[in-house]
Design a protein around this ligand. Structure first.
Ligand SMILES: Cc1ncc(COP(=O)(O)O)c(C=O)c1O
Ligand SMILES: Nc1c(O)cccc1C(=O)C[C@H](N)C(=O)O
Length: 399
């Protein structure tokens, strides 16, 4: 596709106006929103208000003027992105910390089952945290198997199946409904890590019958570096499950300053310590900036961006490691290339920001809210120029 054709597609894109809601630096084609989302313009003013007014002027009064309620309020704003009811979601801590909470909670919930099952090659923190969490629970162990062996490994010992909805490297998407049903049939609970799906493709935890989920605030939700993550617990489990990181902010009455812990109602118990309010404010501003956007429209745009990139990749002879079927993948494209690291370094030096993932993967995030067709046309042209073998037959540029 020529640059002119790509521009025409951008002009016809019903989501094109969303791009203006983000700060996108001149001279940069940003294809890494699946790692760190771009800065929403609204976050700048919200950050100023948070610092100058809420912190600077209102000082400690802000805790009762909105800060204490913000994890649940923000959770309620995330709910629409994941097919949850507002009171099933809360913003808190990091994905890593929240995974720990759920793994220990699930193991405690059913003492007859001692195994946490996950996929080999899952995002490292999921496996590392699971390794640490099972070590805290007597008799528990972690079972890690290849994707095609998950079904057989889902036996009567499994307490929790821990899966990333979209794989961070290959973008493969699990069929959430089918795998949740399989886990339930085996008597296990499921925890979905939504880090690479939330904010880019529709997620429907309720329709899938999911038990619990965690997700990231700084990728497609654009909440800023180190943004708070979130937790989801289905209504039906909320009363019975407990947070092993039982900090005072998750207490039923934090300001009763009691010695003994009593869990807060609903999702409140999944809080642990004091939230970072500057980070909460940035995440909330980002969610508000996208509150009118339909996740299905984002998915359709993501698919169109993917197809354009994949076609260009085919023409360059690149090996795409992401499924071609739109409903079997997330919102990035990735190629295997023997010189992936060097190629990505050069691309970044030229202003095309994707990333390299070991050992040989070139990865490009497609953030439907702000990535344009012209971005893809230019990025793939630059990629093609880098990959083209040096033309030894050509003479000097001028004679
Ligand atoms: C699937 C997945 N889970 C978790 C994380 C990150 O966890 P944390 O926010 O705790 O660093 C990432 C990316 O960093 C991820 O891709
Ligand atoms: N969280 C990150 C960070 O603090 C530094 C660099 C990258 C990240 C990431 O988010 C990595 C990302 N989850 C990935 O899919 O590779």
């Amino acid at each position: 596709m020529t640059i002119e054709q790509a521009r025409a597609r951008d002009a016809a894109d019903p989501l094109r106006h969303l791009r203006d809601r983000f700060v996108l630096p001149e001279g940069v084609i940003y294809l890494d929103g699946n790692s760190l989302g771009a800065l929403p313009r609204a976050t700048i003013d919200a950050g100023r208000d948070m610092i100058e007014h809420q912190w600077g002027e209102r000082l400690i009064r802000s805790w009762t003027e909105g800060w204490m309620a913000s994890p649940a309020r923000i959770g309620g704003k995330i709910a629409r992105w994941i097919g949850a009811a507002p009171e099933e979601v809360i913003a808190a801590d990091s994905v890593s910390v929240n995974l720990f909470k759920f793994i220990v909670a699930a193991l405690r919930h059913d003492p007859a089952r001692r195994v946490v099952l996950s996929e080999a090659g899952n995002f490292p923190t999921d496996l590392h945290i699971a390794e640490g969490a099972v070590a805290c629970v007597p008799g528990a162990s972690l079972r890690v198997v290849e994707r095609d062996a998950l079904g057989d490994a889902l036996d009567g010992d499994v307490a929790l199946l821990l899966l990333s909805h979209v794989h961070y490297k290959t973008a493969e998407r699990f069929d959430m409904g089918a795998w949740t049903r399989r886990a339930h049939y085996a008597g296990a609970l499921v925890c979905w890590d939504l880090s690479h799906s939330v904010g880019a493709i529709p997620v429907d935890l309720a329709a899938a019958g999911a038990d619990c989920a965690v997700g990231c605030g700084y990728k497609f939700l654009n909440g800023g570096p180190g943004a708070p993550a979130f937790l989801y617990v289905a209504h039906r489990h909320q009363a019975a499950w407990g947070n092993p990181l039982s900090g005072w902010m998750g207490h039923a009455e934090p300001f009763a300053f009691a010695d003994a812990y009593a869990p807060g109602a609903g999702m409140e118990r999944w809080r642990s310590g004091t939230p970072s309010m500057l980070a909460m404010g940035a995440l909330e501003a980002a969610l508000d900036a996208m509150a009118d956007v339909d996740p299905a429209a984002l998915e359709a745009k993501s698919a169109a961006l993917f197809d354009m990139f994949a076609e260009a990749g085919d023409a360059l002879g690149l090996e795409c490691i992401v499924p071609r079927k739109a409903d079997a993948r997330g919102s990035h494209i990735a190629f295997r290339h023997p010189q992936a690291e060097a190629v990505m370094r050069q691309l970044i030096a030229q202003g095309v920001i994707g990333d390299f993932r070991t050992p040989d993967v070139l990865r490009f995030g497609l953030t439907p809210a702000y990535t344009g067709f012209e971005d893809i046309a230019r990025a793939t042209q630059m990629l093609g120029a880098l990959l083209a073998p040096a033309d030894c037959t050509a003479g000097p540029a001028s004679v």
